[in-house]
Design a protein around this ligand. Structure first.
Ligand code: PLP
Length: 378
């Protein structure tokens, strides 16, 4: 039996996504959807129609104008575009992020720091909750931008985004929210100036995401080339991916409440199974968390060992952020939460999504206890 418990890394493609993309990928030549959306002929016009339909759908879902949706290759690019694009045009050479952002933000901030930008990293507490006093201190001096994620990809802990947006607005600081792990799980932070989204986390195709902007915001492009995406990003538009993205996002947002109820019950089964194993601690258990994620520390166990053992049983889980998997570096998120280095290396994340079933949780908690015993050398 194959059990997939790694939705925070990526999700399987939804049926709605396939239906939206298939005609654009495999339609008849005469239908023209294969065209270059910038061409003036019938095929180009057909492709453009589908591209703008996808853009308009996403704009409706995030309550913006279609002209404020910039398609990117994913959220990594959207995060890069937000931070680098805004800082390049701003006279304030200061950026505020949190200590637990995704590497797409952390590493972009580190790059900007090397370029002379002052970067403030707001701390979190032991539960992964943003330190609001530290936030206020950071916002007490001028900054070009504050970038805070809506939901942490490693722990599922929900950020107090309304407070962040409110305080940043009062301080006159532009706001960017990486909402990748929020889409379909909590309401999107629509009041943010800039929002990053990724299609493949909501059951859309890999290779597309979006930066939601405001028409009035000056942003320096990352990719120079043609005038596509209103000059924000050169390059031939990925029309089938855009259509798949719009369909997946629509479904994910529409199903949010019922999925939260359904997934909470599955996660509850996992959490109860974890609680029955000695020396296991769920991270952020006392914080507000999304319903789909549980990350636990397995005392005396190396996460890599446990993940390989789970994999042999057909269970796919993760040791935190996908990008960090395979390396033995402890997660910066867990270190920021005050987890000691050796314990951080024992963290395993289980994350659920649209195709998860209660049987997945049952199988996990059936195979897990003996694997943990064995990983502890027992
Ligand atoms: N931001 C967060 C919070 C994520 O979880 C991820 C993916 O792991 C990304 C950004 C990067 O998204 P993409 O894979 O679309 O580049």
């Amino acid at each position: 039996m194959k059990v997939y418990l790694d939705y925070n890394a990526t999700a399987p493609i939804r049926e709605e996504t396939r239906r939206a993309m298939e005609p654009l990928l495999f339609g008849a030549i005469e239908a023209g959807a294969f065209g270059n959306a910038s061409s003036i002929h019938w095929a180009g016009r057909e492709a453009r129609k589908h591209l703008e339909r996808a853009r308009t759908k996403i704009a409706e879902l995030v309550q913006r104008k279609p002209s404020e949706i910039v398609f990117t290759s994913g959220a990594t690019e959207a995060d890069n575009l937000a931070l680098r694009g805004i800082l390049a045009k701003s006279s304030a050479r200061r950026l505020i992020i949190s200590a637990v952002e995704h590497p797409a933000v952390i590493e972009t901030a580190a790059f900007l720091e090397r370029e002379g930008v002052e970067v403030d990293r707001v701390a979190v507490d032991a539960e992964g909750r943003l330190d609001l006093a530290a936030l206020d201190r950071a916002l007490s001096r001028p900054a070009a931008l504050i970038s805070i994620m809506a939901v942490n990809n490693e722990t599922g802990v929900i950020s107090p985004i309304e407070e962040v947006l409110d305080r940043a607005k009062k301080a006159g600081v532009l706001t960017h929210v990486d909402a990748v792990q929020a889409a379909g799980r909590i309401p999107l932070p629509l009041d943010a100036d800039l929002i990053s989204l990724s299609a493949h986390k909501v059951g859309g195709p890999k290779g597309i995401g979006a930066l939601i902007t405001r028409a009035t915001l000056p942003i320096e492009p990352l990719l120079f080339g043609g005038p596509q995406e209103r000059g924000h990003r050169g390059g031939t538009e990925a029309v089938p991916l855009a259509a798949g993205f719009a369909a997946a996002l629509e479904k994910a947002l529409a199903d949010r409440d019922q999925e939260n109820t359904r997934l909470a019950a599955i996660r509850e089964r996992i959490d109860r199974g974890l609680a029955a194993i000695e020396g296991v601690r769920v991270l952020g258990a006392n914080a507000r968390r999304v319903a789909n994620t549980t990350t636990a520390l397995f005392s005396g166990v190396e996460a890599e060992t446990l993940l390989h053992a789970l994999d042999l049983e057909g269970v796919a889980a993760s040791s935190g952020s996908a990008c960090a998997s395979g390396s033995l570096e402890p997660s910066h998120v867990l270190l920021a939460m005050g987890v000691p280095k050796n314990e951080a290396l024992s963290a395993v994340r289980f994350s659920l999504g649209w195709a998860s079933r209660i049987d997945d949780a049952n199988r996990l908690i059936e195979v897990l206890p003996p694997l943990v015993r064995r990983a502890r050398g027992g």
